[in-house]
Design a protein around this ligand. Structure first.
Ligand code: FAD
Ligand code: DLZ
Ligand code: SF4
Length: 516
């Protein structure tokens, strides 16, 4: 009897642990397009096309390589609609002696997977996903016994472990982190090289038709679909990044320019998260760009830190703090998500541009996610679960292991500071410094209160006041309250009244955008 190897949509890696060492003659690879995965949140249409197309391409590659692939298409009339249902049908079809599968990227899927063995009366082995630099066991060992988890210290361990940018025991350049060089605001007219565009082939076009037909009501447009859907395309995207964007990646990492949707960012998160690219390999290639003198250290270090630092850190964090993390709400935020998060219909120019980019590309870059969208949700006290659903729905790179820690812990401080040392809260001045949004905004960033003032200004103080008890004790933010106290009651009242007026005007989103 064969071994059944289910391969999920974010496991598109030929060296996947479950495939390694298997005999092609006695292994059935099972890939499943299932309605539940497409609708447990109503993913952006581009995200659906990306997953289905990349899965179909990967299945074809495996088959060409001699694997027996049992591929269940979404439009198969017998499709059971869920992973568990499809694995059960496959067990009936193939009578395997065992199931071998790599752990998934979401808690929800893991709990279902853990029942397969018993329910199907077939031994099921769940293997660690070793496509990461740091195993979960290693992360737990690092985290155990620490009072505080901080990315920076974890990152240093990963630098030592991988030897990336190391000079013996010392970091290359004498510092671990060059972030202070990576905070340039955008000069007027800053433009990035055009995004590499991967024109939809016949497979992708068929999937686009399927998605339009079945999921045309989901958020987002499909017209500009340009994501790499094969390993070859992902490699081409990486090569283009190293050549054209990496040199300026560091300097403009935190910059935002209206209409410049990705600036010098790599756009490689979807390929990394689907398994089309290997994180360590990418970092080594970035390091080689530095050694060849083609990219400066601050860019290369910054890029490597995002991958072996943040990406690995949030994964360990997710599996350490689930399932509680999904319900964390330390700041007791309960406001519904505003309607403009879906429609883009707001006079706040920064937010309108971020929502527009999200709709057009199923992507927004980090500082847009953190300091515009996330910052607004934090300051306005939006219910973390609603914000989580939005982020999981709209971004093509959103799989819960990476989305949830970034949203709940990094952006919303819903974990009360387990991940980050302070909330990423900022007034309009920060967005003004880092972007060209404010000049043409209907609000005035310089004005602090009143109907024409930048909403971030009053919301900032409203947030600080509302959460004073928790934040005052924080050495990294506590001092801000001295400024507030010096303002005088009248000014304080103006701030709070402005914020209350703004919050009262927020139109809650119609139900049904994220979940049926
Ligand atoms: P680049 O800026 O080019 O960075 C290079 C790579 O580093 C990325 O491809 C990504 O793999 C990794 N990386 C960078 N920052 C992070 C981070 N904070 N956490 C994990 N990996 C990181 N990333 C996702 O992959 N999926 C998500 O669902 C997601 N949701 C986010 C939600 C919020 C609120 C925030 C603040 C960040 C989120 N991120 C998420 C992290 C980051 O914004 C994206 O990885 C990045 O914008 C992807 O674009 P890029 O490939 O051009 O990144
Ligand atoms: C995101 C996604 C979608 C939309 N569809 C599928 C699917 O039909 N089949 C599949 O195997 N995976 C899909 N995925 C990705 C899964 O949701 C992802 O693999 C798990 O959420 C986490 O491992
Ligand atoms: Fe955003 Fe305020 Fe600037 Fe307008 S003025 S773009 S709302 S930060």
């Amino acid at each position: 009897a064969p071994v059944l190897v289910p391969v999920l949509g974010d496991q598109l890696t030929p060296t996947l642990a479950s495939l390694r060492g298997c005999d092609k003659g006695t292994t059935i690879v099972l890939m499943m397009e299932v309605a539940e995965e497409a609708t447990y949140v109503r993913h952006h249409q581009q995200k659906l096309v990306l997953f289905f197309s990349a899965m179909r391409h990967f299945a074809a590659e495996l088959a060409a390589d001699g694997w027996q692939v049992d591929y269940v298409r979404l439009d198969d009339p017998a499709n059971a609609g869920t992973f568990s249902g499809e694995v059960a049908r496959a067990v009936e079809r193939h009578c395997p002696r065992a199931i071998r599968v790599v752990e998934p990227g979401e808690w929800r899927v893991l709990t279902a997977m853990q029942e397969w063995g018993d329910k199907l009366a077939c031994p099921a082995e769940i293997l660690p996903d070793d496509r990461f630099v740091c195993s979960l066991a290693e992360f737990r060992a690092w985290a155990d016994g620490r009072k505080q988890l901080r990315m920076e210290f974890f990152y240093r361990e990963m630098r030592r472990k991988t030897g990336l940018l190391m000079d013996g025991a010392e970091p290359v350049g004498g510092q671990w982190n060059f972030d202070h060089d990576n905070r340039a605001g955008p000069p007027r007219g800053l433009k990035a090289p055009p995004r590499p565009h991967f024109a939809p082939d016949a497979v992708t076009q068929e999937v686009i038709a399927l998605v339009r037909d079945r999921f045309g009501g989901h958020f987002g447009t499909l017209d500009s679909f340009a994501w790499p859907v094969t390993r070859g395309e992902a490699e081409a995207a990486a090569a283009a990044f190293f050549e054209q964007r990496l040199p300026d990646f560091g300097k403009y990492q935190d910059a935002m320019v209206a209409g410049e949707d990705d600036l010098f960012h790599s756009l490689l998160s979807t390929s990394l998260n689907l398994g089309l690219l290997d994180p360590l390999d990418l970092c080594r290639r970035a390091q080689a760009e530095y050694h060849a003198g083609r990219a400066p250290l601050n860019s290369v270090e910054g890029f490597i830190r995002q991958i072996i630092g943040w990406r690995e850190y949030v994964r360990g964090f997710y599996w350490t703090f689930m399932p509680g993390l999904a319900d964390a709400n330390k700041l007791h935020a309960t406001r519904p998500l505003p309607d403009f998060w879906w429609t883009g219909n707001t006079d706040m120019r920064c937010l309108a541009d971020c929502v527009r980019s999200t709709r057009d590309n199923a992507h927004a870059h980090h500082i847009q996610r953190l300091m515009v969208l996330g910052n607004f949700a934090l300051l306005a006290g939006i219910d973390p679960r609603a914000v989580q659903d939005w982020f999981l729905t709209v971004y093509a790179d959103a799989i819960e292991w990476v989305e949830l820690p970034n949203v709940a812990a990094m952006a919303l401080y819903a974990d009360g500071g387990a991940l980050a040392s302070k909330p990423y809260a900022a007034s309009g001045a920060y967005i003004h410094r880092m972007s060209d949004y404010c000049g043409k905004c209907r609000y005035s960033v310089a004005q602090k209160t009143g109907p024409d003032a930048c909403p971030f200004n009053a919301l900032y103080w409203h947030f600080m006041q509302a959460n004073r008890r928790l934040l005052e004790a924080n050495p990294r933010i506590g001092r801000i309250f001295a400024t507030w106290d010096r303002m005088g009651e009248e000014r304080q009242a103006e701030y709070l009244a402005s914020a209350e007026a703004l919050l009262a005007r927020l139109e809650p989103a119609a139900p049904g955008w994220a979940r049926e």
